[in-house]
Design a protein around this ligand. Structure first.
Ligand code: PLP
Length: 826
C-alpha cells in the first residue's frame, strides 16, 4: 500500500525536514536489500554494531529520498536536495509504530503465532490450508523479530483477507511491542521448549511473557495437556479470550483429540471440535511435531470457518516446509541456488536478493528459473510484471518461465533473454536446458512442477559424502565475538586453510556481505581465487611466498612481512613494478618464536629501512598470543602484550599515518577484550568452536554421509582389513562411503569413536579404509540410504578431536577436497 510522506510523518509523530512530495510503499532497514529506491522509506536503525545513518549517503546516491532518522545530517538541505528526513527519537520504535498504524487499517482476522518450536511450520501449513480460498498475507520465512514483525505486517494490503504472523522473543519485555503490531484476533502458543530459558526466571516466567500475545485476542489456542501452559493460562490476566485449547486427554477441550493412528507414512487424526461429531483427517507425516502442528492448524482453520471436509481434503496434501536456500556447484561451471521454500512473491524477492548479494566473477550471468506462482491474489499480468521488475532490479539477465500461466503472460516479462515452457519435461528436453553454462541459476518452483528433476540433472554428481556449511551460524558466531568488541574495533576474519575446511569462497562472500574489514588467507593463491570469485574486501596474506609477489600486486593482496629478507625482496619487487605505497602488515615475534621481527632489537633497523623507500607502507602491526585459550598462560600473555605494546608504539611513533595494532585471536577476543586495540583476528570461533573451552558456539559444519550397504555378520567372522574388527555376537554392520582419504582419521577406527545413525551412536568397527568405513548398527533402526552424521549439530567435532588427542582445527582442516561442500542458510 502507498502512503504519502505527510501521512507517514503524522503516523510516526516525526518532525519533517524537507518538503518534497513523495509516496512510499516499501520500507527498508538493510541498505543491501534496496530494490525500488524512489518508493522506499529507509529506517536508519541503530544496533550495537551498526548504525543505519552511515548508509544514508550511499542510499541517496542510489536514489532513495525518504529517510527516518534520529539525527539529521548537517548541511542536509544543500547536500541532499529533494530529500525528506523524518526525525524521531528512536527509529526502531518508529518502524514498529508505522506497522502498528498500518495494522489498524485492517478489520480482518489476524493469526499471531508464538512458541518455542513450530511457529514457521504452523504458519506455512495454515497458509496451505487457507490460501486456496482466502488471500493470506504472512511473515516471509521466519521474520519474527522486533524488526521482522513490522516488516511482515507492512506487507498487508487491500487484497489481504487473513494475516498470519509469527512472533519470536528471546528476552523479557519483547512481546509487548510485537503484540501491538500484530494485534492478533486469534493467538496461538505452539509449545514451550527450552529455547532461551537462560534469559528468563524459569519456564512459567517465559510462558507468561509469551502469553502477552494473547491479551485482547478473541480466541486463544494452546495445549491444555502442558501443565505449565494450562496453569499460566488459568491465572494470567492476558487470557480472557475464547479458549480453543487442544487436548488428547480432556474431552471437554474445544479441540479434543480422540485418537492419533500412525500407518506407514501417514497419520490419521480423529478429533471432536467444540463438542460436535467426531471428524478425521490424514496427514502425510508421522513425526510427533508434525501431528501436533497439524492439530493447531486444524483448530485455527475450523475457527476461521473452513468446513471440516475441506480441512480434511487439504490436510492430505500438506507439503513439508523447506526453510533453506541451498547453494550447490552445478555442471558446466554453473552455480545453483535452490530455494524450495514456497513459491510466492515475497520469498522470491528474498531469494533474488540473496543471489544478487553474492558477488560473482565477471561474465557469469544471473539466471532465474521460475514456475507459475499460485494464489498471489493479483491479476496474472500485474503479478508477472512485478516479478519481471524485481528480477531485473536484482540483476537477472536470463529468465526461464515454466508453467501455463507464465507462458500465457510471456509479454509481462521484460528481460531480453527469456524462454517459456509449459512443463519441466519440455524444458529438460530443450536446447535451452542443454546450453546452460557459466551462469548463476536461481531455481524457484512450486512443488507440483517437480523442480527437483531439474536440480538432480544440474547438480554435479559426486561421492555421497558431503560437508554441510551453515552460513547463518557463521554470522551468529561473528556477532557473538563482535559482542566482546567495541563497535569501532576492526575485524580480520581468518579464512586460511580453505576457511578452516569450510570452503573459503562462499565463506568470504558471506563475510564480505557482513562487512568485515579484512579477510586473511595463508598463501597468495588462496587470495587470487577469492578475487577471481568477486571478493573485493581487503585481503591479507599471512605466509607470502617470495615467488608470488607478482600475484599479490595483480590481485591487490596485502602481505604479512616478518623478517628483513622478505622485506627487502618485497620492496625490490614493488619498485620494479613501479608501485608506491603498497600496504603491508608487520609481524612481531613476542613469544611464539615462529615468524616475526624482534619487537625490541629490530625496530630501529625496520624503521630505517621503511623510511628509505616509498614502495611499501605499514598498514598494521601485529603479534600472536601463544596461549590465550588457557588461564595458565595469563602471565606469559601479559608479558607478550607488554613487549608488543612497546615495539608497536615505537613503530607507530616513526610514522605520521595511523598503523593498526592487533593481537587478539578468537580466544583473545573473549579472554582479553581489553587488549583488542584497533583490530582483532577471528579464526576458529567463527567456525563455531570456542577455543577457550572447546564448546560449540553455533555449529557451522556437519560432515554427513549415507549407508551404502547393510549386512548381518556372525562370529567368528570379522570386519575389514587384517581381521581387526571382531564382534562378540551376531551384529549388523553398515558400510559408509567415507575413509581416511576423505579426512576420517584412521585412529577413530576399531571402536575408538562413533558416528550417529538416526540419532544413535554407531561405533567404527575394524580398520577404517581409504574410501569406506564400517560401523556397527546392531539394534539401530536403519536402512540403506539413511543419513549418517560423522560430526555436526548432534555430534560435536570436539568429540573426534578429543579421541584423536588433537585440536578441532586439525579435524576441520583435514577434510579433503573431494568432499563436496554444500552451503545453506535458514
Ligand atoms: C590462524 C591465526 C589466527 C586465528 O587464530 P584462532 O585461534 O583460530 O582464532 C590469528 N592470528 C594469526 C596470525 C593466525 O595465524
Amino acid at each position: 500500500m502507498r502512503y504519502t510522506i505527510e501521512k507517514v510523518t503524522t503516523l510516526i509523530g516525526a518532525r519533517r525536514y524537507g518538503d518534497t512530495d513523495a509516496d512510499v510503499s516499501f520500507v527498508l532497514t538493510d541498505s543491501r536489500s534496496l530494490c525500488f529506491p524512489e518508493e522506499t522509506l529507509f529506517f536508519a536503525l541503530k544496533s550495537e554494531r551498526n548504525d543505519g545513518h552511515n548508509f544514508i549517503p550511499e542510499l541517496y546516491r542510489r536514489g532513495v529520498r525518504n529517510f527516518v532518522v534520529s539525527s539529521v545530517p548537517k548541511g542536509w538541505a544543500s547536500d541532499y536536495p529533494g530529500v525528506n528526513f523524518l526525525k524521531v527519537v528512536n527509529t526502531l520504535e518508529a518502524l514498529q509504530r508505522l506497522a502498528e498504524r498500518h495494522r489498524d487499517e485492517f478489520n480482518i482476522p489476524v493469526v499471531g503465532i508464538t512458541g518455542s518450536n513450530g511457529k514457521t511450520m504452523v504458519k506455512e501449513w495454515l497458509y496451505q490450508l487457507l490460501s486456496p480460498t482466502l488471500f493470506v498475507t504472512r511473515s516471509p520465512r521466519s521474520y519474527n523479530s522486533q524488526i521482522g514483525v513490522p516488516l511482515s505486517v507492512w506487507l498487508m494490503d487491500t487484497n489481504t483477507q487473513v494475516g498470519v504472523f509469527e512472533a519470536g522473543i528471546s528476552q523479557p519485555g519483547e512481546m509487548l511491542a510485537l503484540r501491538d503490531i500484530i494485534q492478533p484476533s486469534i493467538a496461538v502458543l505452539t509449545n514451550l521448549g527450552a529455547a532461551h530459558d537462560e534469559n528468563f526466571d524459569g519456564r512459567e516466567d517465559k510462558c507468561r511473557e509469551k502469553l502477552i500475545l494473547f491479551h485482547d485476542a478473541k480466541t486463544i489456542v494452546y495445549n491444555l495437556d502442558d501443565t505449565i501452559v494450562a496453569k499460566v493460562v488459568e491465572t494470567s490476566a492476558d487470557c480472557s479470550g475464547e479458549r480453543l485449547a487442544w487436548s488428547a486427554t480432556d474431552p471437554t477441550a474445544a479441540m479434543y483429540i480422540q485418537s492419533v493412528v500412525k500407518e506407514g507414512d501417514h497419520t490419521i487424526v480423529t478429533y471432536i471440535y467444540k463438542g460436535g461429531e467426531p471428524e478425521k483427517y490424514t496427514i502425510p507425516f508421522i513425526d510427533d511435531a508434525s501431528v501436533e502442528n497439524s492439530v493447531i492448524c486444524a483448530a485455527v482453520a475450523l475457527r476461521l470457518g473452513v468446513p471440516a471436509a475441506t480441512v480434511c481434503e487439504r490436510m492430505a496434501t500438506l507439503e513439508p516446509v523447506a526453510m533453506r536456500l541451498e547453494v550447490k556447484e552445478g555442471n558446466n561451471g554453473c552455480t545453483l541456488i535452490n530455494d524450495s521454500y514456497n513459491s510466492d512473491i515475497n520469498s522470491l524477492d528474498i531469494a533474488l536478493d540473496f543471489m544478487n548479494r553474492r558477488p560473482d566473477h565477471k561474465g557469469r550471468r544471473r539466471t532465474l528459473i521460475l514456475s507459475d506462482i499460485f494464489q498471489s491474489g493479483m491479476e496474472p499480468q500485474e503479478l508477472y510484471k512485478e516479478v519481471s521488475d524485481l528480477a531485473r532490479k536484482r540483476g537477472v539477465v536470463k529468465f526461464i518461465g515454466i508453467g501455463p500461466a507464465l507462458t500465457t503472460n510471456a509479454g509481462s516479462i521484460q528481460i531480453s533473454e527469456k524462454y517459456f515452457f509449459s512443463t519441466v519435461q519440455q524444458f529438460i528436453s530443450s536446447n535451452v536446458f542443454h546450453s546452460l553454462s557459466d551462469e548463476v541459476i536461481l531455481l524457484k518452483g512450486a512443488r507440483q512442477f517437480g523442480f527437483d528433476r531439474i536440480t538432480e540433472l544440474l547438480v554435479r554428481k559426486v561421492h555421497e559424502t558431503i560437508l554441510e556449511v551453515n552460513l547463518n551460524a557463521i554470522v551468529k558466531n561473528l556477532n557473538w565475538y563482535r559482542s566482546f568488541m567495541k563497535p569501532e574495533t576492526k575485524l580480520v576474519c581468518m579464512i586460511k586453510a580453505d576457511a578452516y575446511g569450510a570452503g573459503s569462497v562462499e565463506i568470504a562472500k558471506t563475510l564480505q556481505d557482513h562487512r568485515v574489514d579484512y579477510l586473511a588467507v595463508a598463501v597468495a593463491d588462496e587470495g587470487a581465487t577469492l578475487r577471481r570469485n568477486g571478493i573485493t574486501s581487503n585481503i591479507m596474506v599471512m605466509n607470502p611466498e617470495m615467488t608470488a609477489f607478482k600475484t599479490m600486486f595483480d590481485y591487490d593482496l596485502e602481505p604479512e612481512v616478518y623478517n628483513f629478507r622478505i622485506l627487502d625482496a618485497l620492496i625490490k619487487a614493488a619498485e620494479k613494478e613501479g608501485i608506491t605505497g603498497y600496504p603491508v602488515h608487520i609481524k612481531l615475534d613476542t613469544g611464539m618464536h615462529r615468524l616475526g621481527f624482534d619487537p625490541i632489537a629490530d625496530i630501529d633497523k625496520l624503521v630505517d629501512r621503511l623510511h628509505r623507500q616509498n614502495a611499501i607502507i605499514p598498514r598494521s602491526v601485529f603479534s600472536h598470543f601463544v596461549g590465550a585459550d588457557s588461564d595458565n598462560f595469563d602471565d606469559f600473555s601479559a608479558r607478550q602484550f607488554a613487549l608488543f605494546d612497546e615495539g608497536s608504539r615505537r613503530l607507530q611513533a616513526a610514522f605520521e599515518h595511523k598503523i593498526l595494532r592487533h593481537m587478539d585471536n578468537s580466544a583473545g577476543i573473549e579472554h582479553f577484550p581489553e587488549r583488542q586495540m584497533d583490530m582483532c583476528r577471528l579464526g576458529l570461533g567463527l567456525y563455531g568452536v570456542n577455543p577457550r573451552d572447546n564448546s560449540i558456539i553455533n555449529n557451522v559444519s556437519s560432515l554427513k554421509t549415507t549407508i551404502l550397504q547393510l549386512r548381518e555378520v556372525t562370529p567368528p567372522d570379522t570386519i575389514g582389513y587384517s581381521r581387526r574388527g571382531t564382534i562378540g555376537k551376531p551384529s549388523v554392520i553398515a558400510a559408509i562411503p567415507i575413509g581416511y582419504a576423505d579426512g576420517l582419521d584412521r585412529h577413530l577406527g576399531n571402536r575408538h569413536c562413533y558416528c550417529l545413525v538416526n540419532g544413535q551412536k554407531a561405533e567404527y568397527v575394524g580398520n577404517i579404509c581409504m574410501d569406506v568405513a564400517m560401523i556397527d548398527v546392531t539394534g539401530i533402526d536403519c536402512h540403506e540410504g539413511d543419513s549418517v552424521e560423522i560430526f555436526g549439530d548432534n555430534l560435536p567435532v570436539t568429540v573426534l578431536s578429543d579421541v584423536l588427542d588433537t585440536i578441532p582445527y586439525e579435524v576441520l582442516t583435514g577434510i579433503s577436497n573431494r568432499v563436496k561442500r554444500i552451503y545453506f542458510q535458514d
